[in-house]
Ligand binder design. Structure first.
Ligand code: F6P
Length: 547
Protein backbone atom coordinates (compact mmCIF):
# COMPACT_ATOMS: atom_id res chain seq x y z
CA UNK A 1 0.00 0.00 0.00
CA UNK A 2 1.40 3.41 -0.91
CA UNK A 3 0.52 5.93 1.77
CA UNK A 4 1.16 9.52 0.71
CA UNK A 5 3.47 11.35 3.03
CA UNK A 6 3.09 14.85 1.60
CA UNK A 7 1.04 16.06 4.53
CA UNK A 8 0.79 19.82 4.94
CA UNK A 9 -0.97 21.19 7.97
CA UNK A 10 -3.85 22.95 6.29
CA UNK A 11 -4.04 25.61 8.95
CA UNK A 12 -0.34 26.48 8.51
CA UNK A 13 -0.79 27.29 4.86
CA UNK A 14 -0.45 31.02 4.09
CA UNK A 15 -3.70 30.81 2.10
CA UNK A 16 -5.55 29.58 5.22
CA UNK A 17 -4.00 32.27 7.36
CA UNK A 18 -5.01 34.89 4.78
CA UNK A 19 -8.60 33.68 5.07
CA UNK A 20 -8.44 33.95 8.87
CA UNK A 21 -7.23 37.54 8.65
CA UNK A 22 -9.82 38.34 6.02
CA UNK A 23 -12.57 36.99 8.29
CA UNK A 24 -11.68 39.55 10.94
CA UNK A 25 -11.91 42.31 8.36
CA UNK A 26 -15.38 41.40 7.10
CA UNK A 27 -16.99 40.18 10.33
CA UNK A 28 -19.12 43.29 10.76
CA UNK A 29 -20.42 43.35 7.18
CA UNK A 30 -23.70 41.53 7.25
CA UNK A 31 -25.63 40.35 4.21
CA UNK A 32 -27.86 43.42 4.24
CA UNK A 33 -24.85 45.66 3.99
CA UNK A 34 -23.08 43.49 1.43
CA UNK A 35 -26.14 43.62 -0.83
CA UNK A 36 -26.62 47.36 -0.36
CA UNK A 37 -22.97 48.00 -1.30
CA UNK A 38 -23.32 46.22 -4.63
CA UNK A 39 -26.51 46.03 -6.63
CA UNK A 40 -24.99 43.41 -8.92
CA UNK A 41 -24.09 41.07 -6.09
CA UNK A 42 -26.78 38.50 -7.00
CA UNK A 43 -25.70 38.03 -10.63
CA UNK A 44 -22.00 38.20 -9.76
CA UNK A 45 -22.00 35.45 -7.13
CA UNK A 46 -23.56 32.96 -9.47
CA UNK A 47 -22.21 30.01 -11.46
CA UNK A 48 -23.85 27.81 -14.02
CA UNK A 49 -22.78 24.54 -15.59
CA UNK A 50 -24.27 21.29 -16.91
CA UNK A 51 -27.74 22.82 -16.66
CA UNK A 52 -27.40 23.71 -12.98
CA UNK A 53 -27.57 27.31 -11.81
CA UNK A 54 -26.12 28.13 -8.39
CA UNK A 55 -26.75 31.47 -6.68
CA UNK A 56 -24.35 31.63 -3.73
CA UNK A 57 -24.64 35.38 -3.21
CA UNK A 58 -26.52 35.01 0.09
CA UNK A 59 -23.37 33.76 1.83
CA UNK A 60 -21.24 35.99 4.02
CA UNK A 61 -18.52 36.44 1.44
CA UNK A 62 -16.96 39.16 -0.67
CA UNK A 63 -14.96 39.03 -3.90
CA UNK A 64 -11.87 38.78 -1.74
CA UNK A 65 -13.28 35.77 0.14
CA UNK A 66 -13.86 33.98 -3.14
CA UNK A 67 -10.43 34.81 -4.43
CA UNK A 68 -8.75 33.63 -1.20
CA UNK A 69 -10.78 30.40 -1.21
CA UNK A 70 -9.69 29.80 -4.79
CA UNK A 71 -6.07 30.40 -3.75
CA UNK A 72 -6.51 27.79 -1.03
CA UNK A 73 -8.01 25.29 -3.48
CA UNK A 74 -5.09 25.79 -5.85
CA UNK A 75 -2.53 25.52 -3.06
CA UNK A 76 -4.12 22.19 -2.10
CA UNK A 77 -3.73 21.10 -5.74
CA UNK A 78 -7.43 20.60 -6.32
CA UNK A 79 -6.89 20.65 -10.08
CA UNK A 80 -4.08 18.08 -9.97
CA UNK A 81 -5.89 15.75 -7.63
CA UNK A 82 -9.07 16.04 -9.71
CA UNK A 83 -7.09 14.86 -12.76
CA UNK A 84 -5.57 12.03 -10.78
CA UNK A 85 -9.06 10.83 -9.87
CA UNK A 86 -10.37 11.03 -13.44
CA UNK A 87 -7.35 9.19 -14.85
CA UNK A 88 -7.60 6.24 -12.49
CA UNK A 89 -4.72 6.87 -10.10
CA UNK A 90 -5.11 5.01 -6.82
CA UNK A 91 -6.03 8.04 -4.75
CA UNK A 92 -7.93 5.90 -2.21
CA UNK A 93 -4.63 5.16 -0.54
CA UNK A 94 -5.84 3.29 2.53
CA UNK A 95 -7.52 0.70 0.32
CA UNK A 96 -5.04 1.04 -2.54
CA UNK A 97 -7.84 1.65 -5.04
CA UNK A 98 -8.62 3.95 -7.91
CA UNK A 99 -11.72 6.14 -7.52
CA UNK A 100 -13.54 5.91 -10.80
CA UNK A 101 -17.26 6.38 -10.39
CA UNK A 102 -16.83 8.88 -13.24
CA UNK A 103 -15.91 5.94 -15.54
CA UNK A 104 -19.36 4.44 -14.91
CA UNK A 105 -20.94 7.20 -16.95
CA UNK A 106 -18.23 7.78 -19.53
CA UNK A 107 -19.20 7.25 -23.17
CA UNK A 108 -18.52 3.95 -24.89
CA UNK A 109 -15.48 5.26 -26.76
CA UNK A 110 -13.72 6.73 -23.70
CA UNK A 111 -10.49 5.22 -22.42
CA UNK A 112 -9.82 5.07 -18.68
CA UNK A 113 -7.16 2.69 -17.50
CA UNK A 114 -6.68 0.96 -14.16
CA UNK A 115 -3.46 -1.05 -13.91
CA UNK A 116 -3.05 -0.74 -17.68
CA UNK A 117 -6.53 -2.06 -18.51
CA UNK A 118 -9.19 0.10 -20.12
CA UNK A 119 -12.25 -0.29 -17.87
CA UNK A 120 -14.78 1.34 -20.21
CA UNK A 121 -15.56 -1.79 -22.30
CA UNK A 122 -16.29 -3.66 -19.05
CA UNK A 123 -18.60 -0.88 -17.87
CA UNK A 124 -20.55 -0.99 -21.12
CA UNK A 125 -20.67 -4.77 -21.23
CA UNK A 126 -22.46 -4.72 -17.85
CA UNK A 127 -24.73 -1.87 -18.95
CA UNK A 128 -25.69 -3.85 -22.06
CA UNK A 129 -26.49 -6.95 -20.00
CA UNK A 130 -28.52 -4.84 -17.58
CA UNK A 131 -30.37 -3.33 -20.53
CA UNK A 132 -31.24 -6.73 -22.00
CA UNK A 133 -32.36 -8.00 -18.60
CA UNK A 134 -34.45 -4.90 -17.86
CA UNK A 135 -36.10 -5.10 -21.26
CA UNK A 136 -36.94 -8.75 -20.66
CA UNK A 137 -38.54 -8.02 -17.31
CA UNK A 138 -40.38 -4.90 -18.45
CA UNK A 139 -41.77 -6.58 -21.56
CA UNK A 140 -42.86 -9.68 -19.68
CA UNK A 141 -40.58 -11.90 -21.75
CA UNK A 142 -38.76 -12.94 -18.56
CA UNK A 143 -41.19 -15.10 -16.65
CA UNK A 144 -41.20 -16.24 -13.05
CA UNK A 145 -40.94 -19.91 -12.07
CA UNK A 146 -44.66 -20.55 -12.55
CA UNK A 147 -44.83 -18.74 -15.88
CA UNK A 148 -46.25 -15.46 -14.56
CA UNK A 149 -44.62 -12.18 -15.46
CA UNK A 150 -42.63 -10.26 -12.85
CA UNK A 151 -44.58 -7.31 -11.46
CA UNK A 152 -42.74 -6.66 -8.22
CA UNK A 153 -39.08 -5.81 -7.78
CA UNK A 154 -37.59 -5.86 -4.30
CA UNK A 155 -34.09 -4.43 -3.91
CA UNK A 156 -32.32 -5.81 -0.86
CA UNK A 157 -29.28 -3.74 0.11
CA UNK A 158 -28.14 -1.18 2.64
CA UNK A 159 -26.08 2.04 2.65
CA UNK A 160 -24.85 2.74 -0.86
CA UNK A 161 -26.62 -0.38 -2.09
CA UNK A 162 -29.97 1.04 -0.97
CA UNK A 163 -29.91 4.81 -0.55
CA UNK A 164 -29.12 5.61 -4.20
CA UNK A 165 -31.65 3.12 -5.61
CA UNK A 166 -34.47 4.20 -3.29
CA UNK A 167 -33.70 7.89 -3.71
CA UNK A 168 -33.65 7.54 -7.51
CA UNK A 169 -36.84 5.48 -7.54
CA UNK A 170 -38.69 8.15 -5.56
CA UNK A 171 -37.17 11.00 -7.55
CA UNK A 172 -38.00 9.47 -10.91
CA UNK A 173 -41.42 8.01 -10.13
CA UNK A 174 -43.09 10.13 -12.81
CA UNK A 175 -40.83 8.38 -15.35
CA UNK A 176 -41.30 4.87 -14.01
CA UNK A 177 -43.33 1.94 -15.30
CA UNK A 178 -46.46 2.33 -13.20
CA UNK A 179 -47.57 -1.23 -13.84
CA UNK A 180 -44.68 -2.45 -11.71
CA UNK A 181 -44.19 -2.22 -7.96
CA UNK A 182 -40.79 -1.38 -6.45
CA UNK A 183 -39.84 -1.96 -2.83
CA UNK A 184 -36.56 -1.49 -0.96
CA UNK A 185 -35.62 -3.60 2.04
CA UNK A 186 -32.56 -2.40 3.91
CA UNK A 187 -32.93 -2.74 7.67
CA UNK A 188 -32.16 -6.00 9.45
CA UNK A 189 -35.26 -5.22 11.49
CA UNK A 190 -37.67 -8.01 10.46
CA UNK A 191 -40.47 -5.45 10.19
CA UNK A 192 -38.79 -4.02 7.13
CA UNK A 193 -38.85 -7.31 5.23
CA UNK A 194 -42.29 -8.23 6.50
CA UNK A 195 -43.98 -4.93 5.64
CA UNK A 196 -42.37 -4.65 2.21
CA UNK A 197 -43.37 -8.19 1.15
CA UNK A 198 -46.58 -9.01 3.02
CA UNK A 199 -48.84 -8.08 0.11
CA UNK A 200 -46.64 -9.43 -2.71
CA UNK A 201 -47.05 -12.67 -4.58
CA UNK A 202 -43.82 -14.72 -4.72
CA UNK A 203 -44.78 -15.84 -8.23
CA UNK A 204 -44.52 -12.26 -9.49
CA UNK A 205 -41.62 -11.05 -7.36
CA UNK A 206 -37.99 -10.58 -8.31
CA UNK A 207 -35.37 -9.93 -5.65
CA UNK A 208 -32.24 -7.96 -6.47
CA UNK A 209 -29.61 -8.71 -3.85
CA UNK A 210 -27.41 -5.63 -3.99
CA UNK A 211 -24.19 -5.73 -2.05
CA UNK A 212 -20.75 -4.71 -3.14
CA UNK A 213 -19.12 -7.15 -0.72
CA UNK A 214 -21.96 -9.68 -0.45
CA UNK A 215 -21.04 -10.09 3.20
CA UNK A 216 -23.02 -7.28 4.86
CA UNK A 217 -24.96 -8.64 7.84
CA UNK A 218 -28.21 -6.80 7.13
CA UNK A 219 -28.30 -7.63 3.44
CA UNK A 220 -27.31 -11.26 3.79
CA UNK A 221 -29.86 -11.79 6.57
CA UNK A 222 -32.60 -10.26 4.43
CA UNK A 223 -31.41 -12.17 1.35
CA UNK A 224 -31.69 -15.51 3.15
CA UNK A 225 -35.13 -14.58 4.47
CA UNK A 226 -36.16 -13.60 0.94
CA UNK A 227 -34.94 -16.94 -0.37
CA UNK A 228 -37.03 -18.81 2.21
CA UNK A 229 -40.06 -16.59 1.56
CA UNK A 230 -39.76 -17.12 -2.15
CA UNK A 231 -39.22 -20.88 -2.05
CA UNK A 232 -42.05 -21.31 0.41
CA UNK A 233 -44.39 -19.47 -1.92
CA UNK A 234 -43.17 -21.36 -4.97
CA UNK A 235 -43.48 -24.90 -3.66
CA UNK A 236 -39.92 -25.32 -2.42
CA UNK A 237 -38.34 -26.03 -5.80
CA UNK A 238 -34.73 -24.74 -5.60
CA UNK A 239 -34.64 -24.13 -9.34
CA UNK A 240 -37.08 -21.25 -8.78
CA UNK A 241 -34.21 -19.15 -7.42
CA UNK A 242 -32.85 -18.64 -10.93
CA UNK A 243 -36.03 -16.88 -12.03
CA UNK A 244 -36.60 -14.80 -8.91
CA UNK A 245 -33.14 -13.74 -7.73
CA UNK A 246 -30.40 -11.69 -9.32
CA UNK A 247 -27.35 -10.25 -7.63
CA UNK A 248 -25.37 -7.05 -7.98
CA UNK A 249 -21.94 -7.39 -6.47
CA UNK A 250 -18.18 -7.38 -6.90
CA UNK A 251 -17.96 -10.76 -5.11
CA UNK A 252 -18.72 -13.53 -7.62
CA UNK A 253 -17.75 -16.37 -5.28
CA UNK A 254 -20.09 -15.25 -2.51
CA UNK A 255 -22.92 -14.73 -4.99
CA UNK A 256 -22.49 -18.25 -6.30
CA UNK A 257 -22.28 -19.77 -2.86
CA UNK A 258 -25.57 -18.02 -1.99
CA UNK A 259 -27.06 -19.95 -4.91
CA UNK A 260 -27.34 -17.29 -7.58
CA UNK A 261 -25.90 -18.32 -10.91
CA UNK A 262 -23.22 -15.89 -12.10
CA UNK A 263 -25.17 -15.40 -15.34
CA UNK A 264 -27.76 -13.68 -13.13
CA UNK A 265 -25.14 -11.48 -11.54
CA UNK A 266 -24.30 -7.94 -12.60
CA UNK A 267 -20.83 -6.96 -11.55
CA UNK A 268 -18.98 -3.82 -10.67
CA UNK A 269 -15.51 -3.12 -9.43
CA UNK A 270 -13.54 -2.23 -6.33
CA UNK A 271 -12.87 1.23 -7.79
CA UNK A 272 -16.54 2.12 -7.26
CA UNK A 273 -17.23 3.15 -3.67
CA UNK A 274 -20.58 1.97 -2.25
CA UNK A 275 -21.86 5.53 -1.82
CA UNK A 276 -20.77 6.36 -5.37
CA UNK A 277 -22.45 3.33 -6.94
CA UNK A 278 -26.03 4.26 -7.85
CA UNK A 279 -24.93 4.64 -11.47
CA UNK A 280 -23.28 1.18 -11.54
CA UNK A 281 -25.20 -2.11 -11.65
CA UNK A 282 -26.43 -1.11 -8.17
CA UNK A 283 -28.83 1.02 -10.21
CA UNK A 284 -30.49 -2.07 -11.69
CA UNK A 285 -33.76 -1.31 -9.90
CA UNK A 286 -33.57 2.23 -11.32
CA UNK A 287 -33.14 0.84 -14.80
CA UNK A 288 -36.05 -1.55 -14.28
CA UNK A 289 -38.26 1.32 -13.22
CA UNK A 290 -37.32 4.01 -15.79
CA UNK A 291 -36.10 1.69 -18.56
CA UNK A 292 -32.71 1.47 -20.25
CA UNK A 293 -33.23 4.78 -22.08
CA UNK A 294 -34.11 6.60 -18.87
CA UNK A 295 -31.04 5.11 -17.21
CA UNK A 296 -28.91 6.22 -20.16
CA UNK A 297 -30.25 9.76 -19.64
CA UNK A 298 -29.34 9.56 -15.95
CA UNK A 299 -25.79 8.54 -16.86
CA UNK A 300 -25.61 11.30 -19.48
CA UNK A 301 -26.52 13.84 -16.79
CA UNK A 302 -23.81 12.52 -14.48
CA UNK A 303 -21.31 12.70 -17.32
CA UNK A 304 -22.23 16.29 -18.21
CA UNK A 305 -21.46 17.35 -14.66
CA UNK A 306 -18.21 15.32 -14.72
CA UNK A 307 -17.07 17.15 -17.84
CA UNK A 308 -18.01 20.49 -16.30
CA UNK A 309 -16.17 19.69 -13.07
CA UNK A 310 -13.11 18.46 -14.90
CA UNK A 311 -12.80 21.32 -17.38
CA UNK A 312 -14.42 24.52 -16.07
CA UNK A 313 -12.08 27.03 -14.43
CA UNK A 314 -12.37 26.81 -10.67
CA UNK A 315 -14.11 30.18 -10.32
CA UNK A 316 -16.90 29.16 -12.71
CA UNK A 317 -17.13 25.56 -11.59
CA UNK A 318 -20.41 24.75 -9.85
CA UNK A 319 -19.26 21.88 -7.58
CA UNK A 320 -16.05 23.72 -6.71
CA UNK A 321 -17.89 26.89 -5.69
CA UNK A 322 -20.49 24.92 -3.72
CA UNK A 323 -17.63 23.15 -1.95
CA UNK A 324 -15.62 26.29 -1.26
CA UNK A 325 -18.52 28.27 0.12
CA UNK A 326 -19.43 25.29 2.29
CA UNK A 327 -15.86 25.13 3.55
CA UNK A 328 -15.93 28.83 4.41
CA UNK A 329 -19.12 28.34 6.40
CA UNK A 330 -17.75 25.27 8.13
CA UNK A 331 -14.18 26.26 8.94
CA UNK A 332 -14.29 30.03 9.23
CA UNK A 333 -17.86 30.80 10.30
CA UNK A 334 -18.09 27.71 12.53
CA UNK A 335 -21.28 26.17 11.15
CA UNK A 336 -21.76 22.61 12.35
CA UNK A 337 -24.59 21.55 10.08
CA UNK A 338 -25.90 22.05 6.56
CA UNK A 339 -29.57 21.69 5.70
CA UNK A 340 -30.38 20.40 2.21
CA UNK A 341 -33.90 21.46 1.37
CA UNK A 342 -35.24 20.24 -1.96
CA UNK A 343 -38.47 21.91 -3.04
CA UNK A 344 -39.67 18.80 -4.81
CA UNK A 345 -41.55 16.13 -2.98
CA UNK A 346 -40.03 13.35 -5.09
CA UNK A 347 -36.64 14.22 -3.59
CA UNK A 348 -37.82 13.02 -0.19
CA UNK A 349 -34.83 10.69 0.18
CA UNK A 350 -32.26 13.08 -1.25
CA UNK A 351 -30.99 14.39 2.09
CA UNK A 352 -30.65 10.84 3.42
CA UNK A 353 -28.69 9.96 0.30
CA UNK A 354 -26.42 12.97 0.80
CA UNK A 355 -25.91 12.07 4.45
CA UNK A 356 -24.05 8.95 3.39
CA UNK A 357 -22.33 10.62 0.45
CA UNK A 358 -20.99 13.51 2.50
CA UNK A 359 -20.67 12.14 6.02
CA UNK A 360 -19.26 8.71 5.16
CA UNK A 361 -16.86 10.39 2.72
CA UNK A 362 -15.69 13.38 4.70
CA UNK A 363 -16.46 12.51 8.32
CA UNK A 364 -12.79 11.79 8.99
CA UNK A 365 -10.39 12.85 11.72
CA UNK A 366 -7.04 11.96 10.21
CA UNK A 367 -5.25 13.31 7.17
CA UNK A 368 -4.09 11.25 4.22
CA UNK A 369 -0.77 10.90 5.99
CA UNK A 370 -2.43 9.65 9.20
CA UNK A 371 -2.02 12.80 11.30
CA UNK A 372 -4.89 14.10 13.45
CA UNK A 373 -6.57 16.96 11.62
CA UNK A 374 -6.41 20.33 13.34
CA UNK A 375 -9.52 21.64 11.59
CA UNK A 376 -13.15 20.62 11.33
CA UNK A 377 -14.19 18.30 8.53
CA UNK A 378 -17.67 17.27 7.42
CA UNK A 379 -20.62 19.08 9.01
CA UNK A 380 -23.84 17.23 9.81
CA UNK A 381 -25.99 17.03 6.69
CA UNK A 382 -29.73 16.90 7.17
CA UNK A 383 -32.96 18.06 5.62
CA UNK A 384 -36.43 17.37 4.32
CA UNK A 385 -38.34 18.50 1.28
CA UNK A 386 -39.87 21.96 1.44
CA UNK A 387 -42.42 23.21 2.20
CA UNK A 388 -42.96 20.52 4.86
CA UNK A 389 -39.76 21.46 6.67
CA UNK A 390 -41.04 25.04 7.00
CA UNK A 391 -43.78 23.80 9.29
CA UNK A 392 -41.39 21.73 11.37
CA UNK A 393 -37.81 22.90 11.91
CA UNK A 394 -37.42 26.21 10.05
CA UNK A 395 -38.18 28.04 13.28
CA UNK A 396 -34.69 27.08 14.42
CA UNK A 397 -33.14 28.01 11.09
CA UNK A 398 -34.64 31.50 11.36
CA UNK A 399 -34.36 32.22 15.07
CA UNK A 400 -32.11 29.56 16.60
CA UNK A 401 -28.82 30.48 18.23
CA UNK A 402 -26.51 29.25 15.46
CA UNK A 403 -26.77 29.83 11.73
CA UNK A 404 -27.56 26.77 9.61
CA UNK A 405 -26.37 27.15 6.00
CA UNK A 406 -29.12 25.92 3.68
CA UNK A 407 -29.03 24.52 0.16
CA UNK A 408 -32.41 25.24 -1.38
CA UNK A 409 -32.97 23.12 -4.50
CA UNK A 410 -35.74 24.06 -6.90
CA UNK A 411 -37.01 23.34 -10.38
CA UNK A 412 -38.48 25.72 -12.95
CA UNK A 413 -41.04 23.15 -14.07
CA UNK A 414 -43.10 20.65 -12.11
CA UNK A 415 -43.05 17.01 -13.17
CA UNK A 416 -46.83 16.81 -12.65
CA UNK A 417 -48.14 20.38 -12.94
CA UNK A 418 -51.52 21.12 -11.38
CA UNK A 419 -52.94 24.65 -11.26
CA UNK A 420 -50.68 27.08 -9.45
CA UNK A 421 -49.09 24.58 -7.05
CA UNK A 422 -45.65 24.98 -8.52
CA UNK A 423 -45.55 28.78 -8.31
CA UNK A 424 -46.67 28.55 -4.71
CA UNK A 425 -44.00 25.95 -4.00
CA UNK A 426 -41.15 27.86 -5.60
CA UNK A 427 -42.18 31.23 -4.18
CA UNK A 428 -41.37 29.71 -0.81
CA UNK A 429 -37.78 29.00 -1.84
CA UNK A 430 -37.16 32.60 -2.76
CA UNK A 431 -39.01 33.88 0.30
CA UNK A 432 -37.12 31.63 2.72
CA UNK A 433 -33.71 32.56 1.31
CA UNK A 434 -34.69 36.25 1.41
CA UNK A 435 -36.00 36.04 4.96
CA UNK A 436 -32.88 34.24 6.18
CA UNK A 437 -30.56 36.77 4.59
CA UNK A 438 -32.31 40.02 5.45
CA UNK A 439 -34.49 39.22 8.45
CA UNK A 440 -36.82 41.79 9.95
CA UNK A 441 -35.60 44.49 12.30
CA UNK A 442 -37.22 45.50 15.54
CA UNK A 443 -38.14 48.83 13.93
CA UNK A 444 -39.94 47.03 11.10
CA UNK A 445 -41.81 44.87 13.56
CA UNK A 446 -42.70 47.92 15.66
CA UNK A 447 -43.98 49.76 12.59
CA UNK A 448 -46.51 46.96 12.20
CA UNK A 449 -47.99 47.94 15.56
CA UNK A 450 -46.61 45.00 17.52
CA UNK A 451 -46.62 45.44 21.31
CA UNK A 452 -43.23 46.31 22.83
CA UNK A 453 -42.93 43.13 24.89
CA UNK A 454 -43.36 41.03 21.74
CA UNK A 455 -40.74 42.85 19.67
CA UNK A 456 -37.78 40.58 20.52
CA UNK A 457 -39.89 37.52 19.78
CA UNK A 458 -40.97 38.72 16.37
CA UNK A 459 -37.70 40.18 15.20
CA UNK A 460 -35.45 38.24 12.77
CA UNK A 461 -31.69 38.84 12.83
CA UNK A 462 -31.13 37.87 9.21
CA UNK A 463 -27.53 37.46 8.03
CA UNK A 464 -28.16 33.72 7.68
CA UNK A 465 -26.54 32.09 4.69
CA UNK A 466 -28.03 29.98 1.94
CA UNK A 467 -27.46 28.74 -1.60
CA UNK A 468 -30.17 28.39 -4.19
CA UNK A 469 -29.68 25.66 -6.77
CA UNK A 470 -32.07 25.99 -9.67
CA UNK A 471 -32.53 23.74 -12.65
CA UNK A 472 -35.21 23.06 -15.24
CA UNK A 473 -37.08 19.94 -14.28
CA UNK A 474 -36.51 16.84 -12.19
CA UNK A 475 -35.93 14.10 -14.75
CA UNK A 476 -33.31 11.35 -15.11
CA UNK A 477 -30.74 13.63 -16.70
CA UNK A 478 -31.15 16.34 -14.08
CA UNK A 479 -30.94 13.82 -11.26
CA UNK A 480 -27.60 12.60 -12.64
CA UNK A 481 -26.31 16.17 -12.80
CA UNK A 482 -27.45 16.92 -9.26
CA UNK A 483 -25.90 13.83 -7.70
CA UNK A 484 -22.63 14.39 -9.55
CA UNK A 485 -22.68 18.01 -8.35
CA UNK A 486 -22.65 16.83 -4.74
CA UNK A 487 -20.12 14.04 -5.43
CA UNK A 488 -17.69 16.63 -6.74
CA UNK A 489 -18.48 19.06 -3.95
CA UNK A 490 -17.44 16.28 -1.56
CA UNK A 491 -14.25 15.78 -3.56
CA UNK A 492 -13.45 19.49 -3.46
CA UNK A 493 -13.84 19.70 0.31
CA UNK A 494 -12.10 16.37 1.00
CA UNK A 495 -9.12 17.49 -1.06
CA UNK A 496 -8.73 20.72 0.90
CA UNK A 497 -9.27 18.97 4.23
CA UNK A 498 -6.53 16.54 3.08
CA UNK A 499 -8.51 13.46 4.04
CA UNK A 500 -9.40 10.25 2.24
CA UNK A 501 -12.99 10.74 1.08
CA UNK A 502 -13.14 7.19 -0.25
CA UNK A 503 -12.66 4.82 2.68
CA UNK A 504 -15.02 4.23 5.63
CA UNK A 505 -13.07 2.55 8.41
CA UNK A 506 -15.27 4.25 10.97
CA UNK A 507 -18.11 1.83 10.31
CA UNK A 508 -16.06 -1.27 11.14
CA UNK A 509 -15.79 -1.30 14.93
CA UNK A 510 -19.53 -1.37 15.63
CA UNK A 511 -20.01 -4.16 13.06
CA UNK A 512 -17.36 -6.33 14.74
CA UNK A 513 -18.73 -5.74 18.23
CA UNK A 514 -22.28 -6.58 17.09
CA UNK A 515 -21.04 -9.89 15.68
CA UNK A 516 -19.61 -10.79 19.10
CA UNK A 517 -22.79 -9.78 20.88
CA UNK A 518 -25.26 -11.69 18.64
CA UNK A 519 -24.58 -15.15 20.21
CA UNK A 520 -24.51 -13.66 23.72
CA UNK A 521 -28.12 -12.51 23.40
CA UNK A 522 -29.40 -16.08 23.38
CA UNK A 523 -26.93 -17.70 25.78
CA UNK A 524 -28.32 -19.03 29.06
CA UNK A 525 -25.65 -17.74 31.42
CA UNK A 526 -25.22 -14.07 32.34
CA UNK A 527 -22.86 -12.01 30.22
CA UNK A 528 -19.98 -10.49 32.16
CA UNK A 529 -17.19 -9.71 29.70
CA UNK A 530 -18.18 -6.14 28.75
CA UNK A 531 -18.29 -2.95 30.79
CA UNK A 532 -21.00 -2.77 33.46
CA UNK A 533 -23.38 -0.78 31.27
CA UNK A 534 -23.15 -3.08 28.24
CA UNK A 535 -23.39 -6.20 30.46
CA UNK A 536 -26.49 -4.75 32.10
CA UNK A 537 -28.17 -3.97 28.78
CA UNK A 538 -27.41 -7.37 27.26
CA UNK A 539 -28.56 -9.24 30.34
CA UNK A 540 -31.76 -7.23 30.64
CA UNK A 541 -32.53 -7.94 26.98
CA UNK A 542 -31.71 -11.67 27.45
CA UNK A 543 -34.22 -11.87 30.28
CA UNK A 544 -37.01 -10.10 28.43
CA UNK A 545 -36.53 -11.16 24.80
CA UNK A 546 -39.39 -13.66 24.97
CA UNK A 547 -41.77 -11.19 26.57
O1 F6P B 1 -21.89 1.14 6.09
C1 F6P B 1 -20.71 0.75 5.53
C2 F6P B 1 -20.85 0.26 4.12
O2 F6P B 1 -19.68 -0.41 3.81
C3 F6P B 1 -21.15 1.34 3.10
O3 F6P B 1 -20.03 2.03 2.71
C4 F6P B 1 -21.79 0.56 2.02
O4 F6P B 1 -22.47 1.38 1.11
C5 F6P B 1 -22.70 -0.33 2.83
O5 F6P B 1 -21.94 -0.65 3.98
C6 F6P B 1 -23.18 -1.57 2.14
O6 F6P B 1 -22.12 -2.38 1.75
P1 F6P B 1 -22.33 -3.56 0.71
O7 F6P B 1 -22.79 -2.96 -0.57
O8 F6P B 1 -21.00 -4.22 0.59
O9 F6P B 1 -23.37 -4.50 1.27
Amino acid sequence: MSIETTDHALTDRPEWKALEEHLVQIMDRDLKRLFSEDDQRGPRFTVEGAGIFLDYSKNRITDRTVSLLLDLARACDLEGRRERMFTGEKINITEDRAVLHTALRAPRDAVVEVDGVNVIPHVHEVLDRMGAFATGIRSGEWKGHTGKRIRNVVNIGIGGSDLGPVMAYEALKPFSDRSMCFRFVSNVDSNDFYEKTRDLSPEETLFIISSKTFTTLETMTNAHTAREWSLEGLGGDESAVAKHFVAVSTNKEAVESFGIDSKNMFGFWDWVGGRYSMDSAIGLSTMLSVGPDGFADLLAGFHEMDVHFRTAPLESNVPVMLGLVGLWNRNFLGCDTVAVLPYDNELLRFSAYLQQLEMESNGKHVTLGGERVGWDTCPVIWGEPGTNGQHAFYQMIHQGTKPVPCDFICFCEAANPIGDHHDKLVSNVFAQAEALAFGKTEAQVKAEGVADQLLPHKEFDGNRMSNVIMTQKLDPRTLGRLVALYEHKVFTQGTIWNINSFDQWGVELGKVLAKNIIPQLSQSEAVTDHDSSTNQLINRYRQHRHG
